[in-house]
Design a protein around this ligand. Sequence first.
Ligand SMILES: [Zn+2]
Length: 188
Amino acid sequence: MLISWRLEITTCPLIFQVKIAMTDVVSPAVRSKMMSGIGGKNTKPEMLVRKALFRRGFRYRLHDKRYPGRPDIVLPRYKAFILVHGCFWHGHGCHLFKWPSTRPEFWTEKITRNRERDAEQLAKHLANGFRVLTIWECALKGRPEPEQEQVFDMIVDWVKSGAKNSSIAADPTHLGIALKSDSEHYKR
Ligand SMILES: [Zn+2]
């Protein structure tokens, strides 16, 4: 039964046409990025950060509707937001980001709009008195494979610090992970 069902699907002209149409729109590399970033919430890097914080005893709210952009992780006790950004969708200038060669206008407009929205929301969070840590996907994945436990330690240090606006990302010059902060309160 199963074999005949499979045969019906693979020989169905409609399915075949759909596959052809999708191939025309975006390259496999771009589609893979699109699939991994759908919705922008509960992504793999975000889940890694959530689990690490939980293991270390932190409790948080997720995607809280009360705040602009529904921040990924809200730590009310620390008045802190943690945002986990996919490097492709948020246009990070790192080794994980590359402009797609297909439909350049579409992608330029989309990613530029995402970056503008990020900047607006960050400004609102800071103006509302929240501290913000942006964790870029490249801090947790890529080659060489980042030391994730080290990144989680950095995150915990930041939560307990007084730093206002910081980010953690791959540091291309030192082949490691770097935390950047505009606050003098934070020193590692
Ligand atoms: Zn990145």
